[in-house]
Design a protein. Sequence first.
Length: 396
Amino acid sequence: MGKEAAVLQRIQTPKAVYIHIPFCTNKCHYCDFNSYVLKGQPVMDYLDALEREMEQTVRQVPPGEIETIFVGGGTPTVLLPDQMESFLNRVRTYFPTQAPNVEFTMEANPGTTDLEKLQAMKAGGVNRISFGVQSFNNALLEGIGRIHNTDDVYRSLENARAAGFTNMSIDLMFGLPKQTIQIMQDTLQEALALNLPHYSIYSLKVEENTLFHTLYQRGQLPLPEEDEEVGMFDLIMDTLRSAGYGQYEISNFARPGFESRHNMMYWRNQSYYGLGAGAHGYVHGRRHVNMKGVQPYIDATRKGLPILEMSDVGREEAMEDFMMVGLRMRRGVRDADFLEQFGCKLESVFGSVIDKFLRLELLERTEEGYRLTDRGIPLGNEVFGEFLGVAEAKKD
């Protein structure tokens, strides 16, 4: 049965598509994503290259019924309305979305979404928008390098509603320089007053090759103390749960039925197409990363698929991935899913690690499997890390 499950993973046709638009109005101080300032970039050449990659990809692995599409960046909404229309036409050509309840998300920055552009997005099939708001404190926004202010947020949401969008989310951040628990509380109140169906709230990570990393190394980044950051996360969880939002993943809160189905594909370790400069994909048991630079990506698509690296995901590595991404979800990992994918019981591979975290009360048993406890949520990364290498070591 294990072999059959492994074969199943290798022939599973992706039902999810990720597409990367790498252009931004400016580079935020904390951002290490594969993104480039828009000015002077060959946007239409890039869209042509994306079409070449789409055509080659679907020829190699024809899509079945696509359930989710996610356009990220960068800032996809820096595309002009005519560029947006052209881009979405190409997406529909190669990844037709006949499924009646397909989820088609696009990331957006407040201030880059006028009514005409939003109408082009709606007409092109987009039915969910994720706005990168980060904070409702203008001084904090300026301090992290965002070019929008809170007025832009309200105007963008108003435009989106006028264009007919109802499924919207905003991203917020905590642990920012000079951010306090009180500032976080004020931001949460303003965010909840918008009455949106979904909120994503992430902690700041100081990544290499960012301005914040340089400042951090010089001792010039005034980050909150660790206990204050923990206090912010506790406040976030309490506030959103009290307001009727389910914490369905460590950083994500939604009203019932509005969970991000695309991100659930990642957390359930499902296959997905990854297209665009620097995009990651997971198809037929193999992970790949595309060429990162805009021009190198464009040039590469003229010769074939623009792949920088590709690797087979072995059965043991897939088991570890299953645990690490699955435990991010509040429902946790399910015995039946593990058995279906790998043909053996979860405890037969990870029993010792699970027992350890049950004793420490960082994991708990559910009717279907295991999940993080409330105490385990803030320590999630430490828990996930313990699963690394376990299945590989058992094999030996």
